[in-house]
Write a protein that binds this ligand. Sequence first.
Ligand code: ACO
Length: 330
Amino acid sequence: MPELRGVKIAGLGMYAPARVLTNQQLQQMVDTSEEWIVTRTGIKERRLAEPEQATSDLALLAARQALQQAGVQPEELDLIIVATNTPDTLFPATACLVQDRLGAKKAGAFDLLAGCTGFIYALVSAAQFVQTGMCRYVLVVGAETLSRIINWQDRNTCVLFGDGAGAALLAPAEPGRGILASSLAADGSGGHLLSLPAGGSRQPASLATVEAGLHYVHMNGREVFKFAVKAMGDSALEALHRAGLGKEDLDFLIPHQANIRIIEAAAKRLGLCMDKVLVNVDRYGNTSTASVPIALYEAVAGGRIKAGDHVVLVGFGAGLTWAACAIRWD
Ligand code: ACO
């Protein structure tokens, strides 16, 4: 087998809608308190898309910024993967809408569904195309308008989520730089713990499903929490191991932003102090597939990740799924 090419993240982009929903505002909407939300989740506010904005609108803005940062033209793209749980429509794929609006005339495009782990799954998938030489430039986007699938009367879920988008442009790199190794995992037996029950082929949308609220996110928070704490640590360690690294080699962690307590538990397991971990869950809540690329964007833009650093991206989500990716930042 010929030697695989290296693959690196050559550009990043993000978009967070301007509209802010604070915990104080949520207190007026459901039986909750600022204190409960902050102590149990670490979330202080989240962003909401405007009614006229769909997921592809957010994705497009993040994608344009990633392309611009990398100095790559849309016509140079070979492939676009959009990871999302909230596509504009079940079909066509949101990636095709982004492909058209970017003017990426020679790019293939598809959506990828892996819960909140979707961005890491998409990044690892995209990397294979670059490593084998099949593609030169691949755009990976994580974008969500979760506000559209949340029951705003359910305090168990409505305080947790927010809208946003993040994007990464993948390009060839020297072998041994950029993405070093990854770990993808799934356990479908836990699928019922976090799901959107209706609107698919099992329970097509009907008056009855809408009346029963089955088109909203349903979650067993306590069970997801237990799973997440274990999955984040396991996954990050596995990706490091596959890269031939130990936790002492890790310089910076980009965790999925769902709950500060889950992030702190992962950091502890990896022996990292919190100043080596990007935390923005306080400002955006859980933006699902957008959370990892937004966090990575902010870490790089803030100068917290430098060339040569060993960085791990790690996440978990519906499926159940969990994954991590070890990178030598180039
Ligand atoms: N305000 C006030 N009280 C609340 C709220 C709220 N917003 N939400 C729940 N409660 C109550 C519960 O009803 C419960 O009351 P009870 O004891 O009378 O039944 C009590 O608070 C404690 O509930 P717990 O579930 O034990 O609270 P916990 O400390 O586990 O925190 C939370 C709940 C924040 C949901 C936590 O379990 C969590 O973060 N889980 C992971 C969720 C997650 O990450 N989901 C996203 C996955 S990624 C994806 O793919 C979308």
